[in-house]
Design a protein around this ligand. Sequence first.
Ligand code: 5AD
Ligand code: SF4
Length: 479
Amino acid sequence: MIRYASTNDKAESELQRKYMEKAAVYVTKLQESLGRSPKCCVVTFGCQMNARDSEKLLGILTQIGYESVENEEDADFVIYNTCTVRDNANQRVYGRLGFLHSLKDKKPHMRIALCGCMMQENEVIEKIKKSYRFVNLIFGTHNLFRFAQLLVTMFENQEMIIDIWQETDQIVEELPVKRRYPYKSGVNIMFGCNNFCSYCIVPYVRGRERSRDPKEIVREIEDLAADGVVEVMLLGQNVNSYGGNLDHPISFAQLLREVEQIDGIRRIRFMTSHPKDLSDELIEVMKQSDKICRHLHLPLQAGSDRILKAMNRRYTKEQYLALADKIRNAMPDIALTTDIIVGFPGETLADVDETIDVVRRVRFDNAFTFQYSRRTGTPAAAMADQVPESVVREGFDRLLKAVQDTARERAALWQGQVMDALVEEVNEQDDSLMTGRLTNNMLVHFPADRTKIGQIVPVSLDTCHGFYYTGHIPSQKDG
Ligand code: 5AD
Ligand code: SF4
């Protein structure tokens, strides 16, 4: 399942293909010395954008002769595609690097590469140079498309290779991609972020906002549809501001209209929306569409106006509530999910109660709740009044309870209904069951055979188990 995505930088992708040929020669030599095909393991931390980037890395690695494996223990080449949004992601990488060191001691030919958002931070690079000398290759978010070239440099050198760029205006997409799922795929529509929410490191590690040409996006999705993909997830840090910086600006809603026309694509999702940029036009396009899924992820972050202002979110609690109302009125069956941070500098328990008030009024279908993590270089890191751990924990527990209450209540609403599910995989616990995803992003487990994987089937939602359903495919006479 290796495919070529579309491009707007053909010369660069041509060059990278030459490097792939060169890299393949080194992999063949390795194969001869090992007496078997060399194995690689790409581990992804963080968001959907990183997951998509990992598919690109794996596309190149399999093209040059590596076989992909799930466990680091079985691999001759391990890549960690890192995330730095919160410190716990960084700590996990350092922890696992210790483990990789012990593997490499046993297997000296093993190679290790690090890439992704964490590598865009100077202090991280300094720490790796000092304490993790066994790492072979380090690159960042802006030069991922140079991976083949970097591999050749790594094969030709013994010392640690480090190549980090501060910015790029190149968008290079015509490189091999190895998709994790045959029937669904992420599609990058834009890169970077211009919002500078005061707690967030993303604008510093992913750079300024750049949108891809809509024609390139449509061509890539047409190719995916021809290859059996039925569901696409359009990816960007802030998809609602898509298209503003193009030579011929178009809105995100207009892009969605074009993607809807593509034969073979049955479901369209997107991630992530910023409330300040969500237009009436988008709500209208969603409402009229049979293909755009009934799910909107709309990060709230906080419910107190004072905290929202300090976060530089550029909306108020009332504006968020009004927007959520407008969306729910237009599409009563839509699932609204969100991200919330607890413990931003200066936040009191009274502020958290404001957040809880929003949760209760919007009745989120699900919410990802995070404890604030201080990111070096962001404005919030330098703010006074960092909140003590015990206060953060108390607010967090209160919030979590409110979130679970509304999520459980929303989930139960669909019991007894028949809804379409995209059959995604064999159930992990019970292989007589398949796991399907509903348009509202909930999962349902039901008896079926694996030939159904990748198909959209009607499923009766018999029993709600809090956050997922069990059900069955209705026979003709049921209906
Ligand atoms: N601390 C905690 N959570 C954060 N997020 C982003 N930056 C931080 C931070 N410094 C959360 C936000 C965002 C999600 C992807 O991660 O809620 O929406
Ligand atoms: Fe970070 Fe805000 Fe950009 Fe999201 S919109 S990536 S939270 S700066």
